[in-house]
Design a protein around this ligand. Sequence first.
Ligand SMILES: NC(=O)C1=CN([C@@H]2O[C@H](COP(=O)(O)OP(=O)(O)OC[C@H]3O[C@@H](n4cnc5c(N)ncnc54)[C@H](O)[C@@H]3O)[C@@H](O)[C@H]2O)C=CC1
Ligand SMILES: O=C(O)C(=O)CO
Length: 326
Amino acid sequence: MKPKAIIYKKVEPSILAYIQEVCDVVYFEQLDSSNLESFYEELRDAQGLFGSGLKVDAALLEKAPRLKIVSNISVGYDNLDVPALTDRGVMATNTPDVLNETVADTMIGLMLATARRIPELDQLVKSGKWTSHLAPAQFGVDMHHKTLGIIGMGRIGAAIAKRAHFGFGMNILYRNRSRNEEVENAYGATYCSLDELCQQADFICLMVPLTPPTTKLIGDREFGLMKKTAIFVNGSRGATVDEDALVRALQNGEILAAGTDVFAQEPVNPDHPLLSLPNMVTLPHIGSATLETRQAMARFAAENFVLGMQGKLPVALLNREVFVKA
Ligand SMILES: NC(=O)C1=CN([C@@H]2O[C@H](COP(=O)(O)OP(=O)(O)OC[C@H]3O[C@@H](n4cnc5c(N)ncnc54)[C@H](O)[C@@H]3O)[C@@H](O)[C@H]2O)C=CC1
Ligand SMILES: O=C(O)C(=O)CO
């Protein structure tokens, strides 16, 4: 008999078929209030859970006593309580690296869109209000040859640094949990404190994972340190920024403009105060959302999943130490 797996996200037929080769699959294209009870029912004897975004914590694990693996179709795994999974002997996997280039492209696009006011000026043209030459008050600011501060110089941060250095001739500052000599040598990046980065950078890009220490990492104090001409962009998770503080910083002219791909609550409430600010550019969490990259992520997550379901070590195993020892 094949082990039972739950897929709780819409996946391509080829991914479904690949997983079905080794598992009996219960397939929920999405989870909502209409099917949550039947999902919990199915969890009771499921051995694998495949999807993205579901909060998997000790309370959910209580409902899933036979679980062996949780495979996330994302690199960020702030939805997973890895210590709780580890305590229960459940493998946790994610999809690092395959999305680095795409997410870095998105962040460069977001910085340019914010600096050059692309969404606002697109609306000007489409609404028929482009009736004369633009006034200087409508001009953007340059990105090339400015100083970019990257907070979180990991896999994606480094891919952003590469583009900024070679494509835009930017000077790069960075803050990380530890120094990254590769980006210093390859892109001339300089390691500095968070405060120095906030004070000196023209563009600030946040690319950290969401953890207790990074929750509201950027708030009133940090916006207060930034240049009044600074452009701040967030590609990490919404909760790494104090959104109320961001609203205040934009309204009070503490920074020039901001862009974000992520919100503390997603999808964002249409009444959220950030959405009505003219100097705020927003995206609906599309950092990795290209056809090619989403396929690569789903494939990687499925490979991790199948290996785990077969009792083998998945490639991107977050709690590897436990299973290697065992
Ligand atoms: N907007 C989107 O669609 C996407 C968002 N993400 C987010 O980006 C995050 C980063 O992804 P990767 O680069 O693959 O992760 P990574 O683990 O390679 O890099 C994260 C870096 O942040 C640093 N860091 C952690 N805590 C820090 C702190 N308090 N201060 C400064 N630096 C700190 C780490 O040292 C590490 O180098 C993911 O965890 C996810 O939340 C990832 C992919 C797509
Ligand atoms: O992978 C992630 O962490 C995302 O946010 C979506 O790609």
